[in-house]
Design a protein around this ligand. Structure first.
Ligand SMILES: [Zn+2]
Length: 557
């Protein structure tokens, strides 16, 4: 008999990664204090103190955190991944100090674009220009200079305010706009002294380009469409990892985009875990229903088990559906954008196909109607509080309805940063009483036992999670310091949970991620400051030093 002597090797557990000497926020309820984590493969193997270093083997990567803060990877609870990418791939004119800079930026984009490709930019503001071009009309530059550098590519440059846009001659001619086009209701076309449009379209006149945009997209051949989608994904994912976002709930994906996601995932290109909410007709969703629900496919990068719908619009544009009229427009109560019967049909479809339903509701009437539909659909179900249906935004909720979220197990999927962005006009729209008792009521919702999710709705807002966490814990604008009913603040810990474990719960993934726990996925981030203890004012500037996903370092500062 041959006796094999196997020497005892320290670290024979094949530990791949050890992080030690850190301040670790586990997001677990027991609040165990830990300074070190061992990772084996994709998962967390052990959590503890410096004695974890004893697990080190010859191939273990050991990282000394030098006292830095480490927490679970962040989960964006409501955003638009491809829209974020599209915004990154468009021209950023926020810092343009002259119209010439805008022209130059367009010229560069034209040089790298195929003829006819739609070119978009945003962020210019004539008030920031040191001087205006000679042919300016009404304080705005006119289209000739940009048409000269982009004769064949339609160009749209959205004003920093979002309330006006600039179009070049190609864009106007494709949209069928000329001197005979009348100003639409609620909008204005700026014209020169001869009555010709100068390229500036204010408010509702911007809509004149909406149909053009989608027709241009459709005119690309399928490969070109996919390439443009892919380019957006790459840019958006890269930015997410830089911000510590390891998972992302995409709040509105058409069946066509679903196919793009599958193709992208099949090629192994996904670097952020995606949770998709399908936004399409029942007929289109039926065409892929044999593949649903899809849970953690492609190495845990793609989950599709939710559908999205809208009941109303937004508060800023008086589109939120209210129980009582707007304070600043007493004839209006907002817009119901999908009739209640159709929404009930979606609810039934979701129930029959084991899909989560996520409905956008901003106004108090919108929220009440969605709660009513949810209640009648789910109360017949045995496991109704585990259906985890969501209301996206849940922004203005009547005090009478607040308790229904917790009672029915409905998730309030809120975006803390919307509160501080909207703060300057909420009271104008709704009056003091509704602003105080109905708006962004996350404290009341948490206290009444509701599950919350948190996110930014990027690219509607910047994707920066730390701005959003700052809004959640201060309800203060970081620029002006304006504070919006601070009694509804979250605690620091709640805000971190809202970006980790709570968002995992909202996607049925709390057993897999969202906290640092043995057996869970090793999705972790290290930040340059202690998010539980740093001064409040320092939260927005937080930098992610390292992002780890599936146990691998995927971003390092
Ligand atoms: Zn959204």
């Amino acid at each position: 008999m041959i006796l094999l002597l196997i020497p005892f090797v320290v670290g024979s557990q094949n530990i791949d990664l050890i992080l030690h000497n850190g301040k670790i926020f586990t997001a677990e309820p027991d609040k165990t204090s830990a300074t070190a984590i061992a990772v084996k493969g994709k998962r967390i193997y052990r959590i503890g103190d410096e004695s974890i270093l004893d697990l080190r083997g010859p191939n273990t990567i050991v990282i000394d955190l030098k006292g830095k803060f480490c927490m679970p990877g962040l989960i964006e609870g409501h955003g638009h991944m491809n829209g974020l990418g599209a915004s990154l791939n468009s021209i950023d004119l926020l810092d343009a100090q002259s119209w010439d800079e805008a022209i130059h930026a367009v010229k560069l984009k034209v040089a790298e674009s195929n003829k006819g490709r739609w070119i978009e930019g945003r962020g210019w503001h004539q008030e920031k220009f040191k001087k205006l071009p000679l042919d300016a009309v009404g304080g705005y530059p006119s289209q000739a200079s940009i048409s000269a550098v982009s004769p064949d590519n339609p160009v749209i440059l959205v004003h920093a305010s979002g309330h006006a846009l600039f179009a070049n001659a190609k864009a106007m001619s494709l949209a069928g706009i000329d001197r005979n086009t009348p100003d639409p209701a609620g909008g204005k076309i700026i014209r020169d002294k001869n009555g010709n449009p100068t390229g500036i379209f204010e408010e509702n006149a911007m809509e004149l380009f909406a149909a053009l945009r989608s027709s241009i997209e459709q005119n690309l051949n399928p490969d070109e469409q996919y390439q443009s989608w892919e380019r957006n994904m790459q840019a958006a994912q890269e930015l997410c990892l830089k911000n510590g976002i390891t998972s992302f709930h995409d709040a509105g994906v058409s069946v066509k985009d679903f196919a793009n996601y599958v193709r992208y995932a099949e090629q192994g290109q996904m670097t952020v875990r995606m949770y998709l909410m399908l936004l399409d007709s029942i007929k289109n969703i039926e065409s892929i229903e044999d593949r649903l629900p899809m849970k953690g496919h492609y190495n845990g990068f793609l989950t599709v088990r939710a559908i999205k719908q809208f009941i109303d619009g937004a508060l800023g544009s008086h589109g939120a559906w209210l129980l009582k009229p707007y304070t600043d427009k007493p004839a209006l109560t907002g817009q119901n954008v999908l009739d209640l019967q159709s929404l009930s049909d979606f609810a039934e479809y979701a129930l029959n196909h084991h899909l989560q339903l996520c409905v956008h509701a901003i106004g108090d009437r919108g929220n009440r109607e969605v709660l009513n539909i949810y209640e009648s659909a789910i109360m017949s179900q045995r496991d109704h509080d585990n259906l985890r249906w969501r209301i996206e935004h849940a922004q203005h909720v009547s005090p009478e309805d607040l308790g229904r979220f917790g009672k029915l197990g409905i998730i309030a999927s809120m975006q803390a940063v919307h509160c501080t962005s909207d703060a300057p006009y909420v009271t104008k729209r709704l009056g003091e009483e509704r602003a105080r008792t109905e708006s962004y009521m996350w404290r009341s919702l948490i206290d009444s036992g509701a599950h919350l999710a948190n996110g930014t709705d990027t690219p509607v807002e910047k994707e920066n999670p730390f701005d959003c966490i700052y809004s959640a814990v201060t309800r203060k604008r970081k620029d002006t310091g304006l504070e919006f009913y601070p009694e509804q603040k979250m605690t620091r810990e709640e805000a971190l949970l809202s970006y980790t474990l709570w968002n995992a719960y909202a996607a049925f993934e709390e057993d897999l991620k969202g906290s640092i726990k043995v057996g869970k996925l090793a999705d972790l981030i290290v930040t340059d400051r202690d998010l539980l203890k740093c001064p409040e004012s320092k939260i927005p500037d937080t930098k992610v030093v390292m992002t780890i996903l599936n146990g691998k370092i995927v971003y390092q500062q």
